[in-house]
Design a binder for this molecule. Structure first.
Ligand SMILES: Cc1cc2nc3c(=O)[nH]c(=O)nc-3n(C[C@H](O)[C@H](O)[C@H](O)COP(=O)(O)O)c2cc1C
Length: 199
């Protein structure tokens, strides 16, 4: 698929058919996710791939799916055959930036922008786009109860779960209320040669 088409088709999909994800396709999607940029090539990203039905149900509960379904939304998380929890590992950045060639760039508390959040977003986007390229669909949602996610999946306190990716074959879904708004036009988000205040 042409890159432009992949970008155009990508959207947060909130319901999946029962069709399983072919292991080869899943492998390629995950491989794409580790090919993003990372500050100092620290590569402080990890992906917990959850296919076990009990653990998937546990994640759906932590995402308070039943409450959303009671409000008329689709069973988003539980319909996805594969869930991925992308994680950031800040300690890998701290270790990398303590190395001789990086030591002056950022100290333990010297992060202007903590790079692991930036790089985690880049990895997430690759994962979402690679899913489309495989003819799959993917979604991303925040789970407020991050401690619950940590407990369920045994994530150590030094590792930061970023949210929850849903992956599968798409089924018709109810669009988010967020989509009542339009995508901001290009000319509104581009600032030529410096920040331009809105007219
Ligand atoms: C950091 C982040 C958190 C999000 N959390 C949720 C969420 O909790 N529930 C939800 O329905 N969508 C969530 N979304 C999806 C956005 O609503 C969606 O990206 C936006 O409406 C634009 O739609 P599109 O991505 O389908 O083009 C999240 C997206 C991001 C990037």
């Amino acid at each position: 698929m042409q890159f432009r088409e992949v970008v155009r088709r990508r959207r947060i999909t909130r319901r999946y058919s029962g069709e399983p994800v072919e292991p080869g396709a899943l492998g390629r999607v995950l491989d794409a996710a580790r090919r993003g940029p990372s500050a100092g090539f620290s590569q402080g990203q990890a992906f917990i791939v959850v296919t076990d039905p009990e653990r998937r149900a546990g994640l759906a509960a932590l995402a308070r799916e039943a409450e959303w379904v009671a409000r008329g939304f689709d069973p988003w998380v539980s319909s996805a055959p594969v869930l991925v929890v992308p994680c950031a590992e800040p300690d890998r950045y701290r270790a990398r930036y303590a190395e001789a060639d990086k030591a002056r760039s950022a100290g333990p508390d010297g992060w202007g922008v903590p790079y692991w959040w930036v790089d985690g977003g880049a990895a997430l986007m690759l994962l979402l786009l690679a899913a489309v390229d495989e003819g799959l669909a993917a979604g991303f949602l925040d789970v407020d109860d991050r401690d619950g996610v940590r407990r369920l999946l045994g994530i150590p306190s030094s590792v930061e779960p970023l949210g929850l990716v849903t992956l599968g074959h798409p089924a018709p879904d109810r669009r988010s209320s967020s989509l009542a708004r339009d995508r901001r036009p290009l000319e509104e988000v581009i600032h030529a040669d410096g920040w331009q205040a809105p007219p």
